[in-house]
Design a protein around this ligand. Structure first.
Ligand SMILES: Cc1ncc(COP(=O)(O)O)c(C=O)c1O
Length: 305
């Protein structure tokens, strides 16, 4: 069975889904986006993702041509249509990409001339690249490129203009092919990873940058809530590389892997160099919340050829 995707009002087989080479998604990267994942085939916090999507749409002045409730409905339909292609143990992404539609050359590229291009699809949740980091931790590295400041493009707009993130991630891969970026802002404060938020634990306090220089991640919110519920003190604050070097624990949060521990930062061990107790506690708490052992699910995929 072919994957069914939603393209501007229609559910079509993926091979039938075509957009114009003149779409603003292609010409301008003028596209807002969301990525949600399922746990046990049920979407996790889909309402929050759609709410963030509609904030991105509003600020970027893209009219998706449907209400948030309609978007939720269509999204559920896309998931339903594709669930038969996923095994019972398998989960998937649900991705929204919405561009301003056809880009019109000339003096004013800002006007939405026609319908927005609304693209929704599911994709298998392939966790193999992350699986070993749950037990070994990854190597967090600061690239030389800095994050685009929110004064230029507000970090809360989840968008598909990904050139800056991609180049930053390439820079850290030059240091270590398995490195994950910790991108700094222009003032030298920790901002975020190319697709995740950054957390540290120091003397029992969980700290993460404020959302003035990073995406207001839904996994970030989840971790803050899980921590507060367990009596862990949390702080949203400015962090510099020094704080990461001297932290007891360091980790990233993002929709696919939820929590990814880092046991090295720019070549130095974080804490005692192993995955720490707070990360493990939070991973257990999240697993309980969704009824899936997040670590086991990822590690099981390594046995799949
Ligand atoms: C730049 C950036 N930061 C952070 C995140 C984490 O956000 P979330 O937890 O909502 O997946 C993402 C997710 O794709 C991202 O692209």
């Amino acid at each position: 069975m072919q994957r069914q995707v939603y393209l501007t009002g229609q559910m079509v087989a993926e091979t039938e889904a075509r957009i114009s080479i003149f779409d603003s998604a292609v010409l301008l990267g003028d596209t807002v986006t969301e990525s949600t994942r399922t746990f046990g085939h049920r979407p996790f916090k889909l309402e929050d993702h759609v709410a963030r999507l509609y904030k991105s749409l509003k600020v970027t002045r893209i009219d998706a041509g449907m209400s948030a409730d309609e978007m939720l409905n269509v999204t559920e339909q896309v998931l339903e249509a594709n669930l038969p292609t996923y095994g019972s143990e398998e989960d998937c992404w649900i991705v929204h990409n919405i561009s301003r539609g056809l880009a019109v050359p000339g003096p004013d590229p800002t006007v939405q001339q026609g319908a927005a291009t609304v693209m929704i699809y599911t994709q298998p949740m392939d966790l193999r690249g992350w699986a070993k980091f749950y037990t070994d931790g990854c190597h967090a590295v600061t690239p030389m490129s800095r994050i685009i400041p929110s004064q230029s493009l507000d970090a809360r707009i989840k968008n598909r203009s990904r050139m800056a993130y991609t180049l930053a991630e390439m820079e850290v891969k030059l240091v270590d092919p398995e490195a994950q970026s910790v991108i700094l802002d222009l003032d030298g404060n920790v901002a975020e990873n190319k697709g995740g938020n950054v957390f540290l634990v120091s003397n029992g306090v969980l700290k993460t940058p404020r959302i003035s220089n990073c995406l207001a991640g839904i996994s970030r919110d989840t971790v803050l809530q899980l921590a507060r519920d367990r009596g862990i003190q949390v702080e949203e604050t400015d962090l510099q590389p020094y704080d990461l070097y001297t932290a007891d624990e360091l980790f990233f949060t993002s929709t696919p892997y939820c929590i990814m521990p880092a046991t090295k930062f720019n070549g130095l061990p974080v804490g005692n160099g192993s995955v720490g107790p707070t990360v493990q506690l939070l991973l257990r708490a999240w697993s309980e919340l969704v009824g899936i052992d997040i670590v086991k699910q990822a590690i099981r995929q390594l046995g799949v050829t």
